[in-house]
Design a binder for this molecule. Structure first.
Ligand code: 2HG
Ligand code: ZN
Length: 461
């Protein structure tokens, strides 16, 4: 609990307009896309790195938790104030400082919404590829903290692949620069890579230098329908076997299709059990050739139907429907645990049969969709938290799923991070010495454990 005296000090530091303590005003900051809720004591809206530094110095003195927050769209509870304390909203860090078309970089404050940055760089025929499904509400800072992926990761990689450098405030208040503003740099330990994906536990990142690439000249979007998920994911392997790496290669199973059927803007046969949304990009001749080849591969692999979007609007509708799956799945049950496991592409069919059996064994609906091109499947375990016989089973279902994924040489999280929700399972994947080493790193950055406590580590923070 932050005392009234400390709240007064925070108010003096930031000005009364930049600190919120009224219960009603705190509610939006208590929750995120996990739908879990923990009340903070206060929310601060710092305006620059110095403000954050002063807040963190005070937090060390008075020992209260500080929890950085971007758009609040996280899926693992990274922005939740699980031990109360001060939520640090990055809303005011909303400026794009530079887009440099010669050096192919952008310098961006971390509260900038990802889609806003993308629109701005695309006006200059440049491209910032990372595109989480929550692109219209998530922030660059949240993406960096979680090392977010997205639909285009299959071809273009994840956020980490685009972060060249940053300004960060350490939990003890020092402001550091990490990385470079150039195309390359190998000076010292790679602190940039360490801080990307550190889930707000090691530093508060205030601006980043991002790598840009030229905007592809054309894109083509396609949809292939299959009787089963197995047939769809076998087709994914076939596409890569033919040395084609699409921009996006997304899967939806029958449950997900049913949830967004009306939004897809194309009528689908009722017996359709899975669909792949596929996009290729590049110069016109290449995308035409690849799209034709993909059509052949899909039909040879047993696709019931293959459609190509003929207009931009048609393609946009398909992608909007895809981005909406996560929310639309709530039509099926009031609650869900949504996982983001990754298996080698070649083992997705095995994972899909396993999920069918898992759902039957526990009598729970399990919806599966996501970034099939990466082997990254969002396994959504659906339940009703008011039905104790269902909630009781969820943890065991998650454990069985993770055991299977690890046995298949996969990982328990491909893009959402460990945060709060996956902390109890971290030691299923990481050995004790590896976790202890991470804990020592955390201690070196944050000796008093004030920055985003209760995240990542299963048995200490
Ligand atoms: C997506 O790809 C997001 O739609 C959310 O990563 C996934 O809610 C989910 O399971
Ligand atoms: Zn995803």
């Amino acid at each position: 609990m932050i005392s009234d005296r400390v709240l007064r000090e925070l108010t003096n530091l930031l000005g009364p307009e930049n600190i919120v303590t009224r219960r009603d005003d705190l509610i939006p900051y208590a929750s995120d896309a996990t739908h879990l809720s923990y009340m903070p004591d206060a929310v601060a809206f710092p305006g620059n790195a110095q403000d954050i530094s002063r807040i963190l110095v005070l937090a060390n003195q008075e020992e209260f938790p500080v929890i950085p927050r971007g758009g609040g769209s996280g899926k693992s509870g990274g922005a939740l104030p699980v031990r109360g304390g001060l939520v640090l909203s990055m809303d005011r860090f909303n400026r794009i400082l530079l887009i440099d078309p010669i050096n192919l970089i952008a310098k961006v404050e971390t509260g900038v919404i990802t889609s806003v940055l993308q629109e701005e760089v695309e006006k200059l025929d440049l491209f910032y590829p990372p595109d989480p499904a929550s692109i219209k509400i998530c922030t660059i800072g949240g993406n960096v903290a979680e090392n977010a992926g997205g639909l285009r990761a299959v071809k273009y990689g994840v956020t980490r692949d685009y972060v060249l450098g940053m300004t960060a405030v350490l939990p003890t208040g020092e402001i550091i620069k990490a990385g470079v503003e150039t195309a390359k740099g190998v000076v010292g330990y790679d602190l940039t890579r360490l801080l990307v994906g550190s889930e707000g536990t090691l530093a508060v990142i205030t601006d980043v230098i991002l790598r840009l690439i030229p905007k592809p000249a054309s894109t083509r979007t396609m949809m292939a329908l299959f009787h089963t998920v197995s047939a769809a994911v076998e087709t994914v392997s076939e596409i890569t076997r033919h040395k084609i790496i699409p921009t996006a290669l997304e899967l939806m199973d029958r449950l997900c299709i049913d949830c967004v059927r009306s939004e897809l803007g194309m009528s689908l046969p009722p017996q359709c059990g899975a669909l792949l949304l596929i996009e290729v990009d590049g110069d016109k001749a290449l995308t035409k050739r690849e799209a034709e080849r993909i059509r052949e591969i899909c039909l040879q692999s047993g696709a019931m139907e293959f459609m190509a979007a003929s207009r931009k609007r048609e393609a946009e509708k398909l992608w909007e429907a895809r981005r909406n799956v996560s929310a639309a799945v709530y039509k099926l049950r009031p609650d869900k645990v949504s996982e983001d496991v990754v298996v080698p592409r070649s083992r997705m069919a095995e994972l899909s049969s396993f999920l069918d059996a898992l759902g039957r064994k526990y009598n729970l609906s399990i919806a599966a969709y996501g970034h099939a091109g990466d082997g990254n499947i969002h396994v959504n375990i659906l339940f009703d938290k008011n039905a104790p016989e269902e909630t009781r089973k969820v943890d065991e279902v998650v454990r069985e799923l993770f055991r299977k994924v690890l046995e298949a040489k996969g990982t328990i999280s491909g893009e959402h991070g460990i945060g709060l929700t996956k902390a109890p399972y971290l030691d299923m994947e990481m050995s004790r010495p590896a976790i202890e080493l991470m804990a020592r790193i955390k201690l070196a950055f944050d000796p008093k454990g004030i920055l985003n406590p209760g995240k990542i580590f299963p048995y200490r923070s």
